[in-house]
Design a protein around this ligand. Structure first.
Ligand SMILES: [Zn+2]
Length: 158
C-alpha cells in the first residue's frame, strides 16, 4: 500500500504520522537514466489536512547513483531533506496522491549538472578534472590552464 495515497475519509483531524521505507522503484527511473536510485526511500512524515490542502512535513532520505558529466563515471550521492515541508492542494474530496510531490521534491534536490565533487557519500576527485575544460588561470609556471591541459594530454602520450 502506498503511504502517500491519502484517503481523506480516514485521515484523522489531528493528522497522520507515516514512517517507513519504499523500494528504489518508487522513483520510477528508467534503467538507462543517468540518475539511478540506489537505496530505498526512507520517509517520516506528518500529513495534516488544512482546509483545501494537505500539509506534509517531516524528513525524507534516499541514495542515488549519479553520472559525472565530465568523466562519465558514476558516484554515490545521498539526498537528505530534514525539514521537508509542502502544501499539496486536494485533488478531490475523496483521495489525494502525494507520490509525485514527494518524488519530484527529492529528484529536484539532486545536482542538475552532476560532477564527481558533488558526491556527498565519499570524497572523490574527478579523474577528468582540468584535462578537457578550458580555464585561463595560470599555474606556477605561468602557463594558462588550457595550455597546461594540452601539456598534460601530451605527457600521457609518452
Ligand atoms: Zn568526474
Amino acid at each position: 500500500m502506498n503511504p502517500f495515497h491519502i484517503e481523506l475519509r480516514t485521515l484523522p483531524a489531528e493528522g497522520r504520522h507515516v514512517a517507513g521505507t519504499l523500494p528504489p522503484a518508487f522513483f520510477d527511473l528508467a534503467p538507462g537514466d543517468s540518475v539511478q536510485a540506489a537505496s530505498p526511500l526512507a520517509y517520516d512524515l506528518r500529513i495534516l489536512r488544512e482546509g483545501d490542502s494537505l500539509h506534509v512535513s517531516g524528513s525524507l532520505e534516499a541514495g542515488f547513483s549519479l553520472q559525472c558529466g565530465r568523466c562519465l563515471e558514476r558516484f554515490p550521492h545521498r539526498v537528505r531533506l530534514e525539514n521537508f515541508e509542502e502544501e499539496a492542494p486536494l485533488e478531490n474530496e475523496s483521495t489525494t496522491d502525494l507520490t509525485e510531490l514527494v518524488r519530484e521534491d527529492i529528484l529536484l534536490a539532486l545536482p542538475s549538472y552532476p560532477r564527481c565533487e558533488d558526491g556527498n557519500v565519499e570524497q572523490r576527485e574527478c579523474p577528468a578534472e582540468g584535462k578537457f575544460e578550458r580555464d585561463d588561470t595560470p599555474d606556477a609556471d605561468g602557463l594558462p590552464g588550457a595550455e597546461r591541459g594540452i601539456w598534460n594530454a601530451l605527457d600521457q602520450l609518452k
